[in-house]
Design a protein around this ligand. Structure first.
Ligand SMILES: [Zn+2]
Length: 138
C-alpha cells in the first residue's frame, strides 16, 4: 500500500475518499487529527496513519451568520447561520468541523454532548472539487 506523507494534502485527499484519517506516534501513542509529521508530545518522527471511526460528541459550537463567500454561495446568511463546532471523537481527539442538520438560527436548542457522526461534504467541480469535514446528529 502507498504510504502518503503526513500532511494536509494527504489529509484532504483522504477526505475526498470519505476517510477521516489521523496520525499516531509510534513512540508514545499520541494521536493527531489532522495529522502531524512530528509528535508534539515526544518529538518523535515515526508516524502511522489511523482511520477514525467517525463518531463523537459535540463539545462546543458557534453559529456563524456572516460567512466566507463559499458559505454565502451555499445559502447561509444572517437569517440562516451555519454551525461550526468542536467534536470530541471516540478516539479522544478533538476536531473542528461543520455541524450539519441542526438549526444555526436557534442556538438555544443545540445541546452540548449530543452524539454525532462524520459526514463528507463534496463541493465544487473538477479542479475546484473540495471535500469538507462535517458532522451530523446520529
Ligand atoms: Zn510521540
Amino acid at each position: 500500500m502507498e504510504v502518503r506523507p503526513f500532511n494536509d494534502i494527504s489529509y484532504e485527499r483522504f477526505l475526498s475518499e470519505e476517510k477521516l484519517m489521523g496520525s499516531r506516534c509510534w513512540k508514545c501513542g499520541a494521536f493527531f487529527v489532522p495529522p502531524r509529521c512530528i509528535c508534539i508530545e515526544c518529538y518523535g518522527t515515526e508516524m502511522e496513519w489511523v482511520e477514525i471511526k467517525g463518531k463523537g460528541k459535540l463539545v462546543a459550537f458557534t453559529c456563524i451568520a456572516i460567512g466566507p463567500p463559499s458559505m454565502i454561495k451555499e445559502g447561509y446568511d444572517r437569517k440562516h447561520p451555519y454551525v461550526s463546532g468542536v467534536v470530541e471523537l471516540e478516539e479522544g481527539v478533538r476536531v473542528v468541523a461543520r455541524i450539519e442538520g441542526i438549526d444555526g438560527s436557534k442556538p438555544e436548542t443545540i445541546k452540548i454532548g449530543i452524539p454525532l457522526k462524520v459526514e463528507f461534504l463534496h463541493r465544487g467541480e473538477g479542479q475546484d472539487l473540495t471535500t469538507f469535514l462535517a458532522f451530523r446528529p446520529l
